[in-house]
Design a protein around this ligand. Structure first.
Ligand code: NAD
Ligand code: TDX
Length: 332
């Protein structure tokens, strides 16, 4: 594979993937990104210009998407409206980008016979009870609960239909919660880290008992690279690193890292419809493609992430105040 188009490459996971794939091979990358509030071109500085191109544009722009898709060997599709809380305030951009944007891309990939990889989330499977050991597998039933997860589920189903009806050469991956550098301060871990750096208390929704299955973003990148290289067309792969933690435990670990008492947090208004627990069984990916996560020590990964936000205030500071104003309006 010589040339790839990465949508949403100025976002959290997309930019980490671009850095990863360019460091681990000789591929040429074109990023297509609208630079919404969540996109940041500075996350892509330092890439070799002879192998990298940035295009500001919308994945719903069929003329632009058609032209870019025609000139690459593969499309890796990260672009999305990605935040559940935003989807509860205004679902419309989620419909446009996650559904119509994906439709626009798969139509172009179908026309040009381009290999397509669709990035999705474990949230399409709904949630699991807190007190049972069950985990999601590729055979779990789709039961999305929020406008965000419903549009991601819809986009997955579009890709599956295009594979079956039109022979689209596509794969899908559904990953658990990512953490690491370049994540927007609206998301749970960066919000709490930057609150602490600002001398404010972490804020837990409800009682803080909800569980997320954390994976370091670089492990997500290596899994996507493996699927792109060796995944079977038409298949779905779940990506996870056995990283289940309650939100309260994560906050207690962060407080420990900055030398504060473990109860120095606030409980705030819960998210409506808040999914209780996500957990991924990634056996298929590990057995079939020989993938395994390298960041298995969550405490070490969390400490490195705190250090990254300490050292990169210039990157996150411009978004912090407006993000907190938005949350204050939601009682969070
Ligand atoms: P993000 O919000 O940080 O980044 C999204 C990027 O997409 C931004 O750069 C934004 O400018 C761009 N974008 C949005 N609308 C666009 C449009 N219409 N046209 C072009 N670009 C557009 O999101 P993220 O956390 O990096 O998530 C990336 C992908 O991974 C999403 O598809 C998301 O559903 C999926 N995912 C995320 C997680 C997670 O923990 N964050 C877990 C599993 C799957
Ligand atoms: O301030 C907070 N306090 C809090 O307790 C915030 C922002 C969140 N939370 C809770 C809600 C969730 O239980 O933390 C957990 C994680 O919240 P988010 O970072 O908003 O992530 P989540 O809703 O789990 O969704 C994420 O993982 C799956 C990504 O945002 C999605 O894009 C991905 O699909």
């Amino acid at each position: 594979m010589q040339r790839i188009l990465v949508t949403g490459g100025a976002g959290f996971i997309g930019c980490n993937f671009v850095h990863y794939i360019m460091e681990h091979g000789s591929v040429h990358v074109t990023v297509l990104d609208k630079l919404t509030y969540a996109g940041n071109e500075s996350s892509l500085v330092g890439l070799p210009p002879e192998r990298f191109e940035f295009i500001k544009g919308d994945i719903c722009d069929s003329v632009l998407v058609d032209r870019l898709t025609a000139s690459v060997d593969a499309v890796v599709h990260f672009a999305a409206e990605s935040h559940n809380d935003n989807s509860l305030q205004d679902p419309r951009p989620f419909m446009d980008t996650n559904l119509l944007g994906t439709y626009t891309l798969i139509e172009a990939a179908r026309k040009h016979g381009t290999r397509f990889h669709h990035i999705s989330t474990d949230e399409v499977y709904g949630d699991l009870a807190l007190d049972e050991p069950t985990r999601f597998t590729e055979d779990s039933v789709y039961r999305p609960t929020s406008p965000y997860s419903a549009t991601k589920a819809g986009s997955d189903l579009l890709v599956r239909a295009w594979v079956r009806s039109f022979g689209l050469r596509a794969t899908i991956s559904n990953c658990s919660n990512n953490y690491g550098p370049y994540q927007h301060v609206e998301k749970f871990i960066p919000r709490q880290i930057t609150n602490l750096l600002d001398g404010h208390r972490p804020r837990l929704y409800g009682k803080g008992l909800n569980v997320r299955d954390w994976i370091h973003v670089e492990d997500h990148s290596s899994a996507v690279a493996a699927i792109l290289e060796r995944g079977r067309i038409g298949e779905t792969y779940l990506i996870g690193a056995d990283g289940e933690q309650s939100n309260r435990t994560v906050v207690e670990k962060l407080l420990h890292l900055v030398g504060q008492p473990s109860d120095a947090y606030d409980l705030v208004t819960d998210r409506p419809g808040h999914d209780l627990r996500y957990a991924i069984d990634s056996t298929k990916l590990r057995r079939e493609l020989g993938w395994r996560p390298l960041f298995e020590d969550f405490d070490a990964g969390l400490a490195a992430t705190v250090q990254w936000y300490q050292e990169n205030e210039d990157w996150w500071r411009p978004q912090k105040a407006e993000t907190e104003v938005k949350y204050a309006g939601q009682g969070h």
